[in-house]
Design a protein around this ligand. Structure first.
Ligand SMILES: Nc1nc2c(ncn2[C@@H]2O[C@H](COP(=O)(O)OP(=O)(O)O)[C@@H](O)[C@H]2O)c(=O)[nH]1
Ligand SMILES: [Mg+2]
Length: 204
């Protein structure tokens, strides 16, 4: 059974000091608005409405916490990169997100969800730059892979892999893995779930 199947919404936080206690094990999902992050969370947890999916970008502007069990949580970070977000809100998250990524002790790994048609945007790179120095693993889901042919998907996968290696390979010991994903076609679920499981249950 998928570990995330039991995930339940706990709380939304707007400020760093509203976060639940920094204890146990936490994995966070980051990504551009509309990349397919909430859909990926729903797909991986095998629940239809755990995270809020929207046709309109920019709706999730809070840090949403989901409990998996007593000491494990999943975190849906506010989507970034949506032009219509008011400047004050954008500035707020530009301060709060790096702080969360750099200071949260219980954070064991980061999943970055990228639309395969638009991978590694400037803001995705900023997330990598903020988190990579912590030497904790990063896993990238290239989602909406149903939108490209198999050949084009695989080519994008290897291009992103190369770029990551080139840019961060020598800099950090961080493990950074990448896979194709589709919430629509339910592709890549097993690989993603086993990665998440290896972070949350390292001894199993
Ligand atoms: N074709 C396709 N569309 C997707 C996929 N994942 C999400 N979407 C669509 O992309 C839009 C944004 O999805 P959402 O999960 O809310 O993105 P978020 O803003 O990153 O949380 C919605 O219209 C989804 O139905 C996918 O794997 N394939
Ligand atoms: Mg969302």
């Amino acid at each position: 059974m998928a570990l995330l199947q039991n995930a339940k919404f706990i709380i939304s936080a707007n400020h760093f000091n509203e976060l639940p206690e920094d204890a146990g094990y936490e994995i966070a999902f980051a990504g551009r608005s509309n990349a397919g992050k909430s859909s990926a969370i729903n797909t991986l947890s095998n629940q239809n409405r755990l995270a809020y999916v929207s046709k309109q970008p920019g709706r999730t502007q809070l840090i949403n916490f989901f409990k998996i069990d007593n000491d494990k949580s999943l975190v849906d970070l506010p989507g970034y990169g949506y032009a219509k977000v008011p400047t004050n809100i954008r500035n707020h998250w530009q301060r709060t997100l790096p702080r969360y990524l750099q200071e949260r002790q219980c954070l064991v790994g980061l999943i970055i969800v990228m639309d395969i048609r638009r991978p590694l945007t400037e803001l995705d790179i900023r997330m990598l730059d903020w988190f990579a120095p912590r030497q904790k693993p990063i896993h990238i889901l290239l989602t909406k892979s149903d939108k490209l042919s198999r050949e084009k998907s695989l080519r994008t996968l290897s291009e992103v892999q190369d770029k990551i290696k080139e840019q961060w390979g020598d800099l950090y010991q961080t493990e950074c893995t990448i896979q194709l994903f589709s919430s629509l076609k339910k592709k890549g679920i097993e690989d993603a779930n086993s990665k998440i499981q290896s972070w949350l249950l390292p001894n199993k």
